[in-house]
Design a protein around this ligand. Sequence first.
Ligand SMILES: [Zn+2]
Length: 273
Amino acid sequence: MPELPEVETVRITLLPLLMNKKIVSVQLLYDKMIVNNTPESFTSRLVGQTFRGIERRGKYLIFILSNLKMISHLRMEGKYYLKDESIPIEKHEHVIFTLDTGESLRYHDTRKFGTMELLEFNQISQTGFSSLGFEPFDDEFSWIYLKEKLAHSNRPIKGGLLDQSVISGLGNIYVDEVLYSSKIHPARLCSSIRDDEFKKIAENSKVILEKAINLGGASVHSFSYGDGITGRFQNELNVHTHADEPCNECGYVIEKMKVAGRTTYYCPNCQRM
Ligand SMILES: [Zn+2]
């Protein structure tokens, strides 16, 4: 599942490829992915729109068009491809935006969980987009903000940090890495987290996401152009997917367990209950 660094990498990659290109037609082959619009209105309003920018909020991509914005969530398996329009449409390509350059931007999604929503600039989204919490790069984000959101919660800290209305952009991979770097057991209750630990979580969230963005994320298969790009951050993971291997800090064997319904990796020595 693409997380914030992967989505940011998709954004940075797509931006120069789409800027100032105009949509001349749209083919929608799977209606259910469109939120808050009829399929007819979605496709007809996009025709004639020009790409003016791409922004990102949490794990949502926001395509800025001439006078509309399109919010795209890749969910589990969504990917964008830019291809020559003459190349036949493949099985899992569900939305095809034909451009005035003879290229087509294609949204590919084997699981079909992704969503697209077309909005006026001042219109409020009807998806989870409108309830997103701050992300670690926001000025308003701090350990105090995290503490206010979580200190009274009796869920595991892992679940609290996965909650996109608390902190947007941390998913399963990065929460494991942030908790490892902060030396906090993922199953500890939010209410047991001390001030100095909230400080470490806030600091490590920013450092780890920044590093991941610089390395292109952990597993970018979310965009392909030519040979595509592959994230290099997966080589930097300390615990996630490293069960039964020695901890880089202490040599203890890394374990995995289910926390908040998600497979979670941790070092039982560095991250004590
Ligand atoms: Zn360890």
